[in-house]
Design a protein around this ligand. Structure first.
Ligand code: 6GU
Length: 260
């Protein structure tokens, strides 16, 4: 998987990509990340990358030319315009903006399948609309809050996509991406000690009864999802047993620990 990131702040990425899962993926040769300073592609002695908005108002707007020249240097002269003209995306060009579509696990899977991704980090005052009109195949936001720039959003997307690259998580991936649990929030986790300041690990987890443990985890995942993200429950694929549990949880019938 190759990522090309266009940013006015390349230094923000160094530390993040030098640690963690992303670093391991790079070291293993599974992922390549190229960070491009948009300023390097800005014409003129002063390498200006932003300007005042047409129509007035506050803030500055990122100019289209430096981003256009950067994209053409990275992808070649033809590709960026061609994929907008034909609608056939070879390399997604993603503009990060709070006005974009909400990033999701499904989008991370889609991006991973392309094998290559270009991320353009906007700043919150805005990017000249012609970047979107002429080049961007996707406009993406990571949530309903405002960041000062797209850099942290780009880091989130790089990490989410990198975890999906075959070999990066090894055997963990089968567990994490388990189709049965993917559309619910995760059940709670515990490790030693069995009791800390009066807070006990649920008895069932110490029982060694793996069928009962699986049932408990599934029910706790349903409970959490019902409480915190009922919207996810609407879309989740639920078994008949799941539906019975959800109905019981809605009626407040099952206690929060291991009992039924
Ligand atoms: Cl992608 N950019 C900015 N500036 N703010 C955001 C965002 C992106 N996603 C959520 N907030």
């Amino acid at each position: 998987m190759r990522f090309d990131i266009l940013t006015l702040f390349p230094g923000l990425f160094r530390g993040v990509f030098e640690e963690s899962i992303v670093r391991r993926a790079i070291d293993a040769g599974l992922v390549t990340i190229a960070i491009h300073n948009i300023r390097d592609y800005a014409p003129g002695k002063h390498r200006i990358t932003d300007d005042a908005p047409y129509g007035g108002g506050g803030g500055m707007v990122m100019k289209v030319e430096p981003i256009a020249y950067a994209l053409e240097a990275i992808l070649g002269e033809d590709l960026p315009l061609r994929q907008k003209r034909t609608g056939l995306v070879e390399v997604p060009i993603v503009l990060l903006t709070p006005a974009g579509r909400l990033f999701s696990q499904a989008m991370a899977r889609e991006f991973e399948r392309y094998g290559r991704l270009v991320l353009i980090c906007g700043r919150y005052e805005g990017v000249d609309e012609r970047v979107s009109q002429l080049f961007a195949t996707h406009e993406v936001s990571i949530g309903d809050y405002v960041l000062s720039g797209g850099e942290i959003a780009a880091m989130a997307i790089v990490e989410a996509v990198t975890r999906l690259v075959p070999g990066v998580l090894g055997d963990m991936r089968a567990i994490v991406e388990d189709s049965h649990s993917a559309d619910l929030l995760e059940h709670p986790h515990y490790t030693r000690p069995p009791e800390f300041r009066g807070a006990k690990v649920p008895e069932v987890l110490l029982s060694g009864d793996h069928a009962e443990i699986a049932r408990w985890r599934r029910r706790e995942a349903l409970r959490r999802t019902l409480e915190r993200r009922p919207d996810l429950l609407e879309k989740a694929s639920l078994s008949d047993q799941d539906r019975l549990w959800v109905e019981a949880l809605r009626r407040g019938e099952t206690p929060s620990q291991e009992g039924e």
